[in-house]
Ligand binder design. Sequence first.
Ligand code: GRF
Length: 193
Amino acid sequence: MTRRVRTAVLISGRGSNMMALLAAARADDYPADIQLVISNRPEADGLRKADAAGVTAIAIDHKDFDTREAFERELDAALRAHKIDFVACAGFMRVLTEWFVSRWEGRLINIHPSLLPKYKGLHTHKRAIEAGDAEGGASVHWVATEVDGGDIIDHEAVQIEADETPESLANKVLKRELVLYPRALNKVLMGWH
Ligand code: GRF
């Protein structure tokens, strides 16, 4: 196969999607080589999980910077220092500026816990239940300057039951996210150069 793409995963918390990507990337024929995990929160559990899995895991605390762009310049510098070619956001809870998005455009994807274009932003599961939707889900999409607004790459749907709570729906959707994200990254990177 062609050269595996040097990929970074950006996280802010528990890192279960990141771990699913790492597990998939253990296969020799998976097109991503995950070289780096970065969290904007030093206390993120995912950093310890990535480190235990043998991946370089670093914190860049957004609170150490005066502006969004100053934080992103540090992020960008770390990605370049590690010769990263592709970035997957996985539970990364920072809104990215136009500066960063345009710098990484076409090389930057995200997973969002709703069936986009429905429910961009926060509290997606609660909003889906309150709207009486029959289905919830998650989407992997290209990152564009509109938050959660780029083209959709792939999605997974689950049924919303009559007694569904935001927590039960989040748990069901997360299980599908762990299948969806490795599949979507694979799809994007096959034939990507
Ligand atoms: C996931 O539900 C993801 O869709 C959302 O934040 C959650 C992150 O979970 N953006 P984890 O850090 O991957 O465990």
